[in-house]
Design a protein. Structure first.
Length: 131
């Protein structure tokens, strides 16, 4: 299964945890993850872009990175989430016909620093959204 990330892929332990969780609660099964880096290339001044224009940019990034129609993928949220997280999920849906599994490996500690979670959060967005 393709696992798209912006800042960091998952550790070996996190990979195993994600695979186990997906296989436990989803009809989509996997036995390995292939990590693909996607670059956040939105213009610094994106105030003049509509949501649809941003989705189109993300769609192009996903297609160039190898996302295929008919396959559900993984999106690993970067530190601090992603300003356009929902728009990127819509781009996944438009390109692949599925919303991604969203993986949350980061949390903020008491010192307001980003640290890895003890256990990653896995959400099957496709199952949560109406078709």
């Amino acid at each position: 299964m393709l696992a798209f990330y912006i800042d960091e892929p998952l550790s070996a332990t996190e990979q195993t945890e994600v695979i186990n969780k997906i296989n436990e609660f989803s009809i989509t099964k996997t036995d390995n993850l292939k990590f693909i880096h996607i670059v956040n290339e939105l213009p610094a001044d994106d105030n003049n872009l509509s949501h649809q224009q941003i989705i189109n940019l993300f769609e192009n990034h996903l297609i160039k990175a190898g996302a295929l129609t008919g396959t559900q993928n993984i999106f690993i949220l970067p530190k601090g989430g992603l300003r356009y997280g929902m728009l990127l999920q819509m781009a996944f849906k438009n390109v692949t016909n599925f919303y991604p599994f969203v993986i949350q490996p980061w949390q903020i500690n008491q010192n307001k620093e980003y640290v890895r979670r003890d256990r990653v959060v896995v959400t099957d967005i496709n199952s949560a959204m109406p078709n």
